[in-house]
Design a protein around this ligand. Structure first.
Ligand code: UTP
Length: 299
């Protein structure tokens, strides 16, 4: 049951982030100096994934270029004596086998994952949303690794969930389930609801953008009609799967940054910049000065 492959959907239009996403994929937005999608691939590699299939679309070539070699840039950096930077630039696409497939029409997350069927074959596989950074508490395993550990235990399809304030439930897929007697953080799912109104949400547990599926999900995706927003919803296919076999949710403590949301992107950028030794101290001093009403631009 070793999970070797992952599908990373990154073909969405990113309309919430226009005009930035008119010519740039939202998955390539930088968090200081690293694109969001590179964080996602690093999480996959650190969790033992060997092979990823990135779902791209029109206008997403920047993704393929980023994970490819760039001999001109490397040559330039080496000539300028920046060997370490040249190696870092080359290393980006080295740690995983990376494949691409294009989603011709943006018919939703379920449709994007369906495109991975031939690539994945009959193995269990992971899904990591390309616009979502998972930030586990210090000292804990990467998000996907935690989910893979739980998958080993239950040997059934499983999704990561986290608690959100009630007023946020309409942004996410929300789950309803029964805690397992041996582990209250593991829930056996009864149903999932896509973007419910707060009054109709069955819980405050939101799907966190990381999944591990048995290949049976593909059969469900093939028969899933268009749902909320006219899109083929992954949650609808998961509801179908849950009728046929057990499906679980793992309630974890990791933070989730949904980069497609402008405020979450800003929070993620600031928080990660504050943690870095090269930018943290000066940025902290700047923010403190700014918030106390002092002069901006002091550093
Ligand atoms: P979102 O629903 O957040 O992405 O999908 P979106 O449609 O690009 O966003 P908005 O609402 O227009 O701003 C979550 C992930 O699924 C991918 C996205 O690229 C993102 O990484 N996705 C979504 C696809 O690959 N294909 C789709 O048809 C839809």
């Amino acid at each position: 049951m070793k999970v070797r492959k992952a599908i990373i959907p990154a073909a969405g239009m990113g309309t919430r982030f226009l005009p930035a996403t008119k010519s740039m994929p939202k998955e390539m937005l930088p968090i200081v100096d690293k694109p969001v999608l590179q964080f996602v691939l690093e999480e996959a590699a650190e969790s033992g994934i060997e092979d990823v299939l990135i779902i791209t679309g029109r206008g997403k070539q920047a993704i393929e270029n980023h994970f490819d070699y760039n001999p001109d840039l490397e040559h330039f950096l080496r000539n300028a004596g920046k060997t370490e930077l040249a190696e870092r630039v080359r290393d980006i696409g080295e740690r995983l086998r990376i494949h691409y497939i294009r989603q011709k029409e943006q018919l939703g997350l379920g449709d994007a994952i369906r495109l991975g069927r031939d690539h994945v074959g009959s193995e269990p596989f992971a899904v990591l949303l390309g616009d979502t950074i998972i930030d586990p508490p210090a000292g804990q395993k990467p998000g996907l690794q935690q989910l893979l550990d739980a998958f080993e235990q239950v040997r059934s399809s499983i999704v990561a969930v986290h608690r959100v304030p009630r007023e946020w439930v309409s942004r996410y897929g929300i789950v309803e389930g029964d805690p397992e007697p041996f582990d209250p953080n593991l829930l056996r799912l009864r149903r999932l609801v896509e973007k419910p109104a707060p009054a109709e949400a069955p819980s405050d547990l939101a799907i966190a953008g990381r999944y591990v599926f048995k290949p049976e999900i593909f059969g469900c995706l093939e028969t899933t009609p268009r749902g909320v927003g006219g899109e083929i919803q992954l949650t609808d296919a998961m509801n179908q799967l849950a009728l046929d076999e057990p499906v679980f949710a793992l309630a974890w403590q990791a933070r989730r940054f949904d980069i497609g949301n402008r405020l979450e992107y800003a929070k993620c950028f600031v928080e990660f910049a504050l943690r870095r030794p090269d930018t943290g101290p000066a940025l902290r001093a700047y923010i403190e000065e700014l918030l106390s009403g002092g002069a901006a631009g002091l550093v």
